[in-house]
Ligand binder design. Structure first.
Ligand SMILES: Cc1ncc(COP(=O)(O)O)c(C=O)c1O
Length: 374
């Protein structure tokens, strides 16, 4: 079969959907799929048919979901970009979350705006797999800074609009041990917002891709969220419904990028042997961008192993598929089966932020195809 290709396993997707939909929170739990992770139409269809709702990170993503037949009221839009079609999205029933004071004004200026709106707040706390994926704290431009909550409330009130949803997303690949603190801080913000009835605590649930990375235990995390929401109710008499919006957790494990060895070169006895694949940053940018490490396997019958640096075929020295841990500036050797040109190579856990986040068109390479498999 042709390479490079992304294969997305239906049964793996079923498994994560089933797990997340089996969870509950005392005052309701909505699971949203952050489609930026992978907007493949078959995946969106699967999520929708099983009862998962959606998080859109741009007005174009929201539009795409509507085009694919998703009902507007199942879509929540919170985008860095000022939406280009806000009135249309509001007419369709899309829930809007303003991520800046200017976006809140844009919403209030829409003649068809509903009487309720959400806001995304930066709670002065961010944590991702590394700094590139943290979206909270003073060095992140995401959300309304927490000290401006009163300003947001006053602005909404000036137009008789109620802020009923609070959105907080502190990063991607957050250390599982931090979720208690994230909920505490989020509830601290909820306390300052008297009409909030829904807390969307974002995505960012870490998965294990390589080495000693620790996968989030969603059963444990959501149970802990539930306990804290219950305590919040006992303290304030406010019942807060919970929303989570994972991308990675729902889809990353289900994807495999299947490529072939295009060439093998080395830099002599003091250097490295490079396994060059017929894919790279034009299909799979995460390694270059984040220093993200994925399990790589050479598929052949060899019982001999060899150390390789795995690289892509783009004309870029940064097109490294086996970077140092969280450091795209470094290279890492991987012990793999001895390979020959033409061998198939599988890069695992590439269902999220790979096909959707490639350096598309670079060197005029065609995109790796995407296909559903069982
Ligand atoms: C607002 C928002 N929600 C959800 C997600 C999904 O994050 P993840 O794929 O890490 O679960 C992201 C990703 O950056 C995001 O920005």
């Amino acid at each position: 079969m042709n390479t490079p290709r992304f294969e997305y396993g239906r049964s793996a997707i079923e498994k994560t959907i089933k797990l997340l939909l089996s969870l509950s929170s005392p005052y309701g739990l909505t699971v949203r799929y952050a489609i930026k992770a992978n907007p493949h139409p078959e995946i969106i269809k699967m999520m929708n048919e099983r009862g998962v709702y959606f998080d859109a990170s741009s007005s174009y993503e929201a539009e795409e979901l509507l085009n694919q037949g998703i009902e507007g009221n199942k879509i929540s839009l919170s985008s860095q970009q000022s939406p280009h079609n806000l009135e249309v999205l509001l007419n369709a029933g899309v829930l809007f979350t303003a991520t800046s004071l200017n976006q809140l004004k844009l919403f209030l200026d829409c003649s068809n705006h509903p009487s309720v709106v959400g806001v995304r707040i930066n709670p002065a706390f961010g944590a991702g797999h590394n700094n590139r994926t943290s979206t909270g704290g003073t060095s992140a431009s995401f959300g309304i800074w927490h000290e401006y909550v009163d300003e947001a409330l006053a602005l909404a009130q000036s137009e008789q609009v109620t802020i009923n949803r609070l959105h907080i997303h502190i990063g991607s690949g957050t250390d599982p041990a931090l979720w208690g603190e994230v909920m505490e801080r989020s509830l601290g913000v909820v306390e300052k917002m008297p009409d909030v009835t829904v807390l969307d605590i974002g995505g960012g649930y870490k998965i294990h891709r390589y080495g000693d990375e620790k996968e989030a235990d969603m059963v444990e995390i959501v149970a802990m969220f539930g306990k804290k929401l219950q305590l919040f109710y006992e303290k304030t008499n406010r019942k807060i419904a919970l929303e989570i919006e994972p991308g990675t957790y729902l889809i990353a494990h289900a994807g495999t990028l299947v490529a072939s060895v295009d060439d093998i070169v080395d830099t002599g006895s003091g250097g490295y042997t490079f396994l060059r694949l017929n894919t790279g940053m034009n299909d799979f940018l995460r390694a270059t961008l984040y220093g993200s490490r994925h399990l790589i396997e050479v598929v052949n019958e060899s019982s001999i192993t060899k150390k390789y640096v795995v690289v892509g075929h783009n004309c870029e020295s940064g097109d490294i598929l086996s970077p140092g841990a969280d450091n795209p500036e470094e290279i890492e050797t991987r012990t793999l089966k001895e390979a020959k040109i033409g061998d198939e190579v599988r890069i695992y856990d590439t269902g999220a932020y790979c096909a959707s986040m490639r350096a598309k068109g670079y060197n005029s390479f065609p995109d790796a195809i995407e296909m559903m498999v069982e």
